[in-house]
Design a protein around this ligand. Structure first.
Ligand SMILES: [Zn+2]
Length: 174
């Protein structure tokens, strides 16, 4: 493993760990043994937008949600950020929230198409894919019953995150 990948791994591991150890009273508890899916999403923003977890948190609160609906957000530079704590049920996929963890890749929209007719584009950076692989491996250790899928695998009307997550995971033996 390259030094940069090791650094990324250490950062991601501490990210996942601190998220899991946090407690929120009054929230719905996500039990590790119930987690059957790790669901990959995209923020559906153009590549030039450096969206972070605080931005998405703001968007989701405007919708009336408790806080950011994803458990992890992976920024354009490959940085993984904590969203909703891993011991809390998320808000990211209809019908599966109480048995899944949501990971959001920032990107997925073609530059210059925001507005009335946005266009999907699989435009994630190599750093994001590297971090995603580390995040998925770490989450699978924590949730051994979970398989990794895309939002588009669970909700047929969605194209999010714009690529075949199962094929990507299979190519890396995840
Ligand atoms: Zn999604």
């Amino acid at each position: 493993m390259k030094a940069s990948a090791v650094t990324t791994a250490a950062r991601v591991l501490s990210c996942v760990k601190s998220s899991a150890s946090r407690r929120r009273s009054g929230s719905i508890v996500l039990k590790p043994e119930n987690v059957t899916h790790i669901v990959v999403h995209c923020s559906y923003t153009p590549p030039s937008m450096d969206v972070d977890v605080r931005t998405i948190d703001r968007w989701h609160r405007v919708r009336g949600w408790l806080m950011v609906g994803y458990h992890l957000v992976i920024r354009r530079d490959g940085t993984a950020e904590n969203g909703r704590p891993l011991n809390m049920v998320g808000a990211h996929v209809s019908g599966y929230n109480n048995r899944s963890v949501g990971v959001c890749l920032v990107g997925g929209m073609k530059e210059g198409t925001a507005g009335a007719h946005p266009v999907d584009e699989t435009n994630f950076t190599p750093e994001q894919y590297t971090t995603l692989a580390i995040v998925v491996r770490t989450l699978k250790d924590k949730f051994p019953n979970a398989v990794v899928v895309g939002h588009n695998d669970l909700t047929r009307t969605k194209t999010c995150p714009t690529f075949d997550v199962k094929a990507w995971a299979a190519s890396l033996n995840l």
